[in-house]
Design a protein around this ligand. Structure first.
Ligand code: TYD
Length: 140
């Protein structure tokens, strides 16, 4: 599978009306996992790089519900950059994908939906270690 096929861009439906927009994301429906955790990142700016890790167990969906940011994603072979700039779009990040979030606008609120509860031990924060782990993974 290519990186683009693995890390799908998701378009959510707008159920809004004249009163405003409404986006609903249901675990296992609009996104491919049940949601166990939600966190959001704000007050970052264009000088900051966040993420810089891969997760052995967690899957994520990233959505900029306000403002914008970018996420650089790699599986160690291919790389893609996704501009998160609409509350109705997100990107799905499966397990064992390296990600860097950067270029946050000052009003950026980056919402992250996760498939797991937090466990610091499932993070790989060293890129060389990540590449080694990918090499040792059984072929897809
Ligand atoms: P970190 O993983 O560095 O954030 P990012 O992925 O945005 O770069 O997390 C920052 C701190 O917050 C770190 O001490 C771990 C803690 N943390 C939790 O306790 N629970 C969580 O769900 C997350 C994402 C982070």
């Amino acid at each position: 599978m290519t990186l683009k096929e693995k890390c799908k861009i998701l378009q959510f439906n707008d159920l809004g009306d004249e009163r405003g927009k409404l986006v609903v994301i249901e675990g296992g429906q609009a996104i491919p996992f049940e949601i166990k955790r939600v966190f959001y990142i704000y007050d970052s700016d264009s000088s900051v790089i966040r993420g810089q890790h891969a997760n052995k167990e967690s899957e994520f969906v990233l959505i900029n519900v306000a403002g914008e940011s970018k996420v650089r994603i790699t599986d160690g072979k291919e790389e893609m950059i996704v501009e998160l700039n609409k509350p109705m779009m997100g990107v799905y990040i499966p397990k064992m994908i390296w990600k860097d979030m950067y270029d946050f606008s000052s009003n950026s609120v980056l919402l992250v939906l996760a498939s797991t509860h937090y466990d610091g031990n499932e993070y790989i924060r060293d890129y060389d270690e990540y590449l080694k782990a990918i090499e040792e993974m059984p072929c897809e």
